[in-house]
Write a protein that binds this ligand. Sequence first.
Ligand SMILES: NC(=O)c1ccc[n+]([C@@H]2O[C@H](COP(=O)([O-])OP(=O)(O)OC[C@H]3O[C@@H](n4cnc5c(N)ncnc54)[C@H](O)[C@@H]3O)[C@@H](O)[C@H]2O)c1
Length: 330
Amino acid sequence: MVDRKRFWKEKKVLVTGFEGFVGSHLTKALTGYGARVTGLDIKTLRKETILCPDDYKRIKVYQGSVASGAFVRGILRKHPPQVIFHLAAESIVGRSRENPLAAFTSNIAGSWEILDACRELPGLQALIVASSDKAYGAGKKLPYLETDPLLANHPYDVSKSCADLIAGTYAHTYGLPVTIIRCGNIYGPGDFNFSRLIPDALRCRVKGNILPVRSDGKYVRDYVYISDIIDGYLRAAELFKRKRLCGEAFNLSDQRPVTVIQLLQKINRLNLCTRPLKYKIMNTAKYEIRRQYLSAHKAGRVLGWRPVYDLEHGLKAAAQWYFNYFSSKS
Ligand SMILES: NC(=O)c1ccc[n+]([C@@H]2O[C@H](COP(=O)([O-])OP(=O)(O)OC[C@H]3O[C@@H](n4cnc5c(N)ncnc54)[C@H](O)[C@@H]3O)[C@@H](O)[C@H]2O)c1
C-alpha cells in the first residue's frame, strides 16, 4: 500500500471536468493530500458545487473545452502535470441523445486532444481516463469483465466506447501511461445532476414530490458510493508504476446489482423525517440497456480496491446530505 499523503504531496495534477460531481470530490481529496491541482472545465465557478472558496484558492482554474487542442496544449505547457485525471465529458445519457454532436465532440474529440497533447509531456507518470460501464453496450454475459468487447450502440455509450478504445491505443501504440476506469452508477453528496435517478429520488423524497421513473422499474444496475470511486481513481495513479498498469482497464462496482424498484424501496426504508417517496412508472425509457452490472474482481486483485460503502450506508449518507442541502435552501 502506497503512503497516500506522501505520494500526492506537491504532486502536479491536472483534473479535467474538475467542477463536475466526480471531479469536485477528486479535487477536494487531492488538495487535501497536498497536491498542486490545475482544474479545467467548460463551466467554472458554478453555484452548485461542493468546492468552497478555500478550495478555489488552492487550485489553478481554467475555463474552456477539452475539445480545443490549442487550449489544452497551452495549459499543459504552462503547468506540465505528473498525473492527469481525464473526467471531462457530457455525462448525461439523455442530453447526449438530444445532441450527439456535442457529446461526441466533448467525449471523443476531447479525449483525443488530451491524449495526443500528452505525447509531448515527458514527465507524465499516469493518465487516468474516465470510461463507463456504458462503454460495453448491451453485452449478453453478466457481470461485464474488462476483457469483454466494447459494443455500444447509442450516443453516450458509443462516445465512451470510442474514448476508451482511443485511450487504449495511446497506451499500446505510443506507450502513454494510460489506465482506464469503467464505473457503474456513482452516487453520493454533491451530485447536482438531477436527471440521474438517485439525486432525483432523494430530492423528491425530501421535497415530497412524485418521482417519475423513466423505465418500467425493472432495469438492473450497480451503484457505487463516491468516496469509493475516488479511492479507486487514486489507487490507479498511485500503483501505476509498481503494478505496470499501462493500457489496463478496471471496472469499479459494488457487485450488488438492484432493480430501480428495489433501489427506491431502499430509499424509502431510510430513516428521514419526511414522508415516504412516491413514484410513477412512466415506462418511456428508450435505447437504455435493461440489465447491466460489472465485475470488480480485477480492481480487487490488482489495486486492492474494495468498496467500503454498501448501498444502505451510502444511501443514508447521501440522503442526509441532500436533506441538509435542501433544508438550507428553503
Ligand atoms: N456519475 C456516474 O455515474 C458515472 C458513471 C460512469 C462514468 N462516469 C464518467 O465519469 C466522468 C465524470 O462524471 P460526473 O458524474 O462527474 O459528470 P459531471 O457531468 O458531473 O461532470 C463532468 C464535467 O465535465 C465538464 N465538461 C463537459 N464537457 C466538457 C468539455 N468539452 N470540456 C471541459 N469540460 C467539460 C462538465 O462541465 C462537468 O463539470 C465522466 O467522464 C463520466 O462519463 C460517470
